[in-house]
Design a protein around this ligand. Structure first.
Ligand code: DGL
Length: 297
């Protein structure tokens, strides 16, 4: 009697292990993280674009702001935040933080491969190249994002003749986290920063301004008042949501529409009450402290 031997190819073994870790289950949520509530602008866009998807959002509020930290620290934080989401089982990861997208994408993609990982810088750069007529593009972001020149590089790769002018506006993060999003004080601060990019001469000023931090879209009204109606404000939320949709479709991971709408779960590493209060402004809907679970990384 002959004994049949089954030899499993190492490639098949690694495929099976990955399949166990990253099951191709359309019902799994999309994971999203940011240093705080800013990434909720991306969650809101995902909700609008992909209403059937379950979403799990993590705000690393205990370590906010990321924008003033070194690239090494932000990468470490981003890996820890992502690991928590991956352990909860997700089918795709959205890095809804420009600062982390600017410095940690390679580390995240290689740590969690084959999980699809999408950042917000590329989609934002793409949107600005489409929106600008003159090619003079302003970028405002955190110190970390500006220091790494991530937007400049991404824009110049797509549109090499562009004139990219970048400016760090760290106080905008504090204003947004404080829920101070409009009024004379906010416009005065915006004016003080933006006078470095805008002289008032339409012929030489940028015609497009990238809000290169997910905290900034809630300040869009005040910023628009300062730069004037002629300047197009670009935020990466909707473009990122479109990229997520393409990616899920490509991987056969889209959750079918027609059933129950997707649910959102909120996690924070500190201050669920504060997260809920300020998060409500970002989401444009009421969020209660009970809806936010406290987690430790
Ligand atoms: N929301 C984050 C971003 O998009 C940064 C805010 C922070 O400094 O933590 O860059």
């Amino acid at each position: 009697m002959s004994h049949a031997r089954t030899v499993l190819d190492p490639l098949i073994i690694s495929y099976l292990l990955h399949a166990k870790m990253f099951p191709q289950n359309t019902d799994l949520p999309v994971g999203i993280f940011d240093s705080g509530v800013g990434g909720l602008t991306v969650l809101k866009a995902l909700r609008r674009c992909l209403p059937a998807e379950h979403l799990v959002y993590l705000g690393d509020t205990a370590r906010l702001p990321y924008g003033a930290k070194s690239a090494a620290s932000v990468t470490r934080y981003a890996l820890q935040a992502s690991r928590l989401l991956v352990e909860q089982r997700i089918k795709l990861l959205v890095v809804a933080c420009n600062t982390a997208s600017a410095v940690a994408m390679e580390a995240l993609r290689s740590a969690f491969a084959p999980l699809p990982v999408i950042g917000v810088v590329e989609p934002g750069a793409m949107a600005s190249c489409t929106a600008s007529l003159s090619g003079r593009i302003g970028v405002i972001a955190t110190e970390g994002t500006i220091r790494g020149r991530a937007y400049e590089k991404a824009i110049l790769t797509r549109r090499p003749a562009s004139d990219v002018r970048s400016l760090a506006c760290p106080l905008f993060v504090s204003l947004a986290e404080e829920g101070w999003i409009e009024g004379p004080l906010v416009e005065a601060i915006a004016g003080r920063y933006l006078q470095r990019l805008f002289t008032g001469l339409a012929a030489t000023d940028p015609d497009c301004l990238v809000l290169g931090c997910t905290h900034f879209p809630v300040l869009a009204g005040a910023i628009q008042n300062v730069v004037g109606k002629g300047v197009v404000l670009v935020d990466s939320a909707m473009t990122t949501a479109a990229v997520v949709e393409q990616k899920l479709r490509l991987h056969g991971l889209l959750r079918q529409r027609g059933g129950a709408p997707g649910k959102s779960v909120f996690l924070a590493t500190d201050g669920p009450e504060r997260f809920a209060r300020v998060g409500s402004i970002f989401l444009g809907q009421d969020l209660r402290a009970n809806d936010v679970a406290l987690v430790d990384l």
